[in-house]
Write a protein that binds this ligand. Structure first.
Ligand code: COA
Length: 243
């Protein structure tokens, strides 16, 4: 089992949320040519809107750290679809969308993965069906004693933490989610172990958006991290000025 090393450096992850109100479209000014092509290929206008918002948020925030203009920032994609910064290997980011919300995680000196999902994502019947496909034997055992309602809530937090961890590792759901086990270490973070014993440190919680669209969130990092710092953006207007 991987244990925490005393005195090991604790990194800081920033989480940036953007609530994209209904009907608000973000211009594609900051996107690269490849991103514009990808945006144009979306059949769903909603998916396109959220993709453009995510990449614009990412370019706006990361360009401030890297000291280059948002449009000039080079974003590459691994064969499994993970975006990364080829010119800034010390900085990593990850994105997640749900409903009208985009969340960007940014870290220095390690990989990061983020996931957000609406609290009502799965019905009770869906949880019963999916649970054994997602959780490892150990995790299933831990949920065994819970009531059906408790299991439904617990399953969503497991799902979100696991997706964040798999995104941090770069596989996404190309990896078998049952092959990783989340081990709760204390109230603030856990460790995921997966062959070949890559440790991932996870923070998670709930995000109150009001209007009944509350979210479960999780961020995972390849280095030990402190409680993430949240920055909530209600619009992208001040970002668009920096083009
Ligand atoms: C990663 C994955 C779990 C995300 O699921 P999702 O339901 O789209 O959920 P989210 O909104 O939370 O995340 C989407 C973001 O994850 C990031 N992402 C995509 N693939 C990723 C991967 N392999 N690892 C980490 N992050 C990834 C992207 O930034 C993407 O947003 P963007 O395309 O707007 O930039 C899912 O896409 C997956 O399993 N992908 C890997 C397998 C695959 O289908 N690859 C296709 C390309 S080969």
């Amino acid at each position: 089992m991987i244990s925490f090393e005393a005195g090991k450096e604790i990194a800081q992850v920033e989480l940036h949320s953007l609530h994209l109100h209904d009907g608000l479209y973000i211009p594609e000014l900051m996107l690269s040519e490849a991103e514009k092509v990808r945006a144009a290929a979306f059949c769903s206008l909603e998916a396109r809107r959220m993709f453009v918002a995510g990449r614009t948020l990412c370019r706006s925030i990361v360009s401030r750290i890297t000291d280059c203009t948002p449009a000039a920032l080079s974003i590459a994609i691994t064969p499994s679809g993970r975006p990364y910064l080829p010119d800034h290997p010390d900085i990593d980011f990850n994105l997640s969308h749900a409903g009208n919300m985009v969340v960007l995680a940014v870290s220095r000196g390690g990989h990061v993965g983020v996931d957000i999902e609406p609290l009502n994502l799965f019905s009770e019947a869906e949880v019963r069906e999916i649970l054994p496909l997602i959780l490892s034997a150990q995790e299933l055992n831990d949920l065994h004693h819970l009531t059906s309602q408790q299991r439904q809530n617990e399953f969503l937090s497991h799902w979100v933490r696991k997706e964040a961890a798999l995104k941090c590792l770069g596989h996404g759901f190309l990896a078998d989610p049952q092959s990783v086990t989340l081990i709760q270490k204390n109230t603030t973070f856990g460790i995921i172990e997966s062959p070949p014993r890559e440790a991932v440190f996870v923070h998670s919680g709930q995000f109150k958006c009001g209007n009944g669209s509350d979210l479960q969130w999780a961020v995972a990092a390849s280095t030990m991290i402190a409680e993430p710092i949240w920055r909530h953006n209600l619009d992208l207007v001040h970002f668009m000025r920096v083009v």
